[in-house]
Design a binder for this molecule. Structure first.
Ligand SMILES: *Cc1c(COP(=O)(O)O)cnc(C)c1O
Length: 390
């Protein structure tokens, strides 16, 4: 086996896409100590800068003093602390939905929820650019799957018309904000189609939470569609700054998932320090929209400057700014050269994105200063010229 994997790793090296995991020697902020060097961090999902927020750290430490560092069991046995209950009430209120079920990560939330709410004999309609954890959840569900062209509502309706009559339950799943391109799903149209053809809807709002809507309430809030999407999934690991995932929706959804969500039944509950941190983080977001306003200001500033320089920055509608290079090996080389000059943006290539659409995905946060963003643009231009991209 190890011989086989050695050969496979060698193939990655031959293709120029082999990489070592970068090591961050401190907190995740606008500047990081990467592999021992201070660099501008343009690649985290810490949109609001909450991952290292003093108030949130203090809340976490206080909870550790009282509750310890581990939950001790899965939630269905004895891992369910009052902190977990409090978090779900706080989150449901923040999301303006009836109830919330919290998972240990966004990934296992998708994997666990999709398989719990659909099964053999159902149909799932999935956007072509949906996240890997959705794809895995769909596989685990053993439901039939049909993929519609990215955000193409005509194609979605065509599939529904073709297949709706053959199934009792049809679930439409989409990312809220598409993580590799930064575009927003056409949720109002999806909801309309779902109503017209009696389908269920599921949105993965990992990149919409903390970014879109009032105080970062997410894509559903952005479009004023509260109560109209059946399953609203989000992460607690990106803008919220900690770790975890959740589904917001009806009381019945929560109750069903507490009986049939496999990560709830078979994986230990989030530790108390983490849950207290998330609780505080949601409080910070609820109290003020200041951080999400700063995030948008920074994102718009960076995108405008990058556009002027002539790079292809795709069709992002959010602070996610993909700089599309194309070739996989050149994308990775671009990333290495940026890092040499003090700017960290990881190259994203196949299989995370389609072949020949390799990109440097710049994640702008509320923490970046104008000086850092200016410096990053200058370095991009330097490397872009060196590699004959612009
Ligand atoms: C990051 C991400 C996830 C997984 O969330 P984690 O909390 O990091 O496990 C799920 N869906 C999308 C669209 C994501 O971007």
């Amino acid at each position: 086996m190890s011989k086989l994997l050695e050969r496979k790793v060698q193939e990655l090296k031959d293709q120029g896409v082999y990489r070592k995991l970068p090591i961050n020697y401190g907190a995740c902020g606008a500047m990081i100590n990467l592999n021992g060097k201070e660099v501008i961090n343009l690649t985290s999902n810490n949109y609001l800068g909450l991952a290292n927020h003093p108030r949130i750290k203090a809340a976490s430490i206080k909870a550790i003093e009282k509750y310890g560092v581990g939950a001790g069991a899965v939630r269905t046995i004895v891992g369910n602390m009052d902190l977990h209950e409090e978090l779900e009430v706080t989150l449901a209120k923040f999301k303006k939905e009836e109830a919330v079920m919290v998972y240990q990560s966004g990934f296992n939330c998708n994997a666990g929820t999709i398989q719990a709410v659909t099964g053999k004999g159902d149909l799932i309609l999935s956007d072509a650019l949906n996240h890997a954890s959705i794809i895995d959840g769909v596989r685990l569900s053993r439901a039939d799957k049909a993929v519609y062209k990215h955000s193409d509502m005509k194609d979605l309706e065509r599939l529904i018309k073709e297949k709706r009559a053959d199934y009792e339950t049809v679930l439409i799943i989409t990312d809220g904000v598409f993580s590799m391109d930064g575009d927003i799903c056409k949720l109002p149209e999806i909801v309309k189609l779902a109503k017209k053809y009696d389908c269920l809807t599921y949105i993965d709002d990992a990149h919409g939470s903390g970014v879109l809507g009032e105080n970062g309430r997410g894509t559903v809030d952005h479009f004023h569609l509260h109560g109209q999407v059946d399953f609203i999934m989000g992460t607690l690991s990106k803008a919220v700054g900690v770790i975890g995932g959740y589904v917001a929706g009806s009381f019945a959804t929560k109750e069903w998932l507490s009986h049939r969500g496999r990560p709830i039944l078979f994986s230990t509950a989030l530790p108390p320090g983490t849950v207290a941190a998330i609780n505080e983080s949601i409080k910070v977001m609820s109290e003020s929209g200041e951080l999400s306003e700063k995030l948008w200001e920074n994102g718009n500033y960076f995108k405008a400057k990058m556009k002027e320089t002539g790079f292809d920055i795709g069709n992002s509608e959010t602070p996610i700014t993909p700089v599309i290079i194309g070739d996989e090996a050149i994308t990775m080389e671009f990333s290495r050269k940026l890092l040499e000059k003090g700017v960290f943006v990881s190259g994203i290539v196949f299989p995370t994105v389609p072949m020949n659409t390799g990109r440097l995905r710049c994640m702008i946060t509320a923490e970046h200063t104008k000086e850092q963003l200016d410096k990053a643009v200058d370095v991009f231009v330097e490397v872009g010229k060196e590699l004959n991209i612009i």
